[in-house]
Design a protein around this ligand. Structure first.
Ligand SMILES: [Zn+2]
Length: 367
């Protein structure tokens, strides 16, 4: 057979990998005189990482069946691997199907293996590559789209491949591709508004993801009825966005916000005040003294006194509060009363808060 599979598919813009020796590869027997294309699945699990795991198997064959086992393997990434130009063991006996007669399937058909396991539909990259491969080959053979068949349509032994492919729909897609309605193919690249180069397929995948995310927001189980009166939807866009944003920004997901534990204030004890306990204590935080307006500033060494606060008295009050608190804890300990941590902390906290109000500014106290 003299069909230049590599040249024909490449000139149609398909992504093609020629396996070494493909042009001479074939099993003995009548050379193919194809009137159609027969489509199969390999039953192998292909993936993004390993899109065409069956290439070597289809070249070498199995213990019970000599290779090559097809002419073309289409990977999950849409790449066409050219396996053989000669006769291949892929079809067995064929019953009449569509416009194609019954007979020796390996003579009547070019065999195209779609590399997927057949237990789920092929992905769109693989499906669309198969549509184009069938269209290009049939146009080259001068045959109609109806001549594209599935093994499950010609098999006399109950084959069911390619699995999860509706062959009537597939032929309709092949017919559309053959009619020249190929303005843009899924593998074609274009540059989007942001200057990013992507394929049509990639764009669809992005859109799919975003739509799925929106569906999740709007239709997830437990979505609330819309807060807009009369709106029959489960929620509304504003609420959905605000609720989702609140979760993302850190309201802690589904859990209610936790109360912030109180930060214990340092226990301020004025200098020169005797304390019954030798516990080291921190001085009160220095409160910045607001500057008086420059016009009112008297050019003297003594600052203007603050009439509302009397240093002597507030120092005494602060010292007394600190002393009382510390003594209370100390006396309790003498009587063997172990104050629970929260109670002791509360006492210190309350006294500290009171003292931090009464204790004068450091500068003021030092005057
Ligand atoms: Zn098959």
């Amino acid at each position: 057979m003299s069909l230049d599979l590599v040249g024909v598919l490449r000139s149609a813009g398909l992504v093609v990998t020629a396996t070494p020796g493909w042009a001479q590869r074939g099993v003995r027997g009548t050379p193919p005189a194809p009137v159609g294309v027969l489509n199969h699945h390999t039953a192998s699990s292909s993936s993004e990482r390993n899109p065409a795991p069956s290439v070597q198997l289809t070249i070498k064959g199995r213990s019970d069946l000599d290779g090559p086992l097809c002419h073309i393997v289409i990977g999950a990434d849409g790449t066409s691997h050219i396996i053989a130009a000669g006769r291949a063991n892929h079809a067995g006996r064929a019953k009449a199907s569509g416009p194609n007669p019954a007979g020796d399937g390996n003579t009547l058909y070019l065999g195209v293996e779609w590399d997927y396991d057949g237990t789920h539909p092929p992905n769109s990259a693989q499906y669309n590559a198969a549509v184009r491969v069938n269209a290009v080959l049939l146009r080259h053979l001068g045959r109609p789209a109806e001549a594209a068949r599935g093994h499950k349509e010609t098999s006399t032994t109950g084959k069911w491949d390619p699995g999860y492919v509706d062959m009537d729909r597939f032929r309709a897609d092949v017919a559309r591709a053959m009619s020249g309605d190929t303005d843009m193919n899924l593998n074609d690249e274009f540059t989007d508004w942001a200057g990013t180069t992507k394929t049509v397929q990639g764009l669809f995948n992005d859109l799919d993801q975003r739509i799925a995310a929106l569906h999740h927001v709007f239709l997830k189980p437990g979505a609330e009825p819309s807060r807009i009166p009369g709106d029959k939807n489960r929620t509304n866009l504003r609420d959905a966005i605000m609720d989702t944003t609140a979760k993302v920004v850190g309201a802690g997901g589904e859990t209610p916000p936790q109360p912030v534990p109180p930060v214990p204030l340092p226990t301020p004890v004025p200098e020169n005040q005797p304390t019954p306990e030798p516990a080291p204590v921190e001085p009160a935080p220095v409160e910045p003294v607001p500057e008086a307006p420059p016009a009112a500033q008297a050019p003297t060494d003594t600052p203007a006194p603050k009439p509302s606060r009397k240093p002597g008295r507030t120092v005494a009050a602060g010292g007394a509060a600190g002393a009382v608190g510390t003594v209370a804890v100390w006396i309790a300990s003498l009587y063997g009363v172990q104050m629970p941590e929260p109670v002791a902390a509360s006492i210190v906290l309350v006294l500290s808060a009171g003292m931090s109000y009464f204790v004068p500014d450091r500068q003021e106290a030092q005057q």
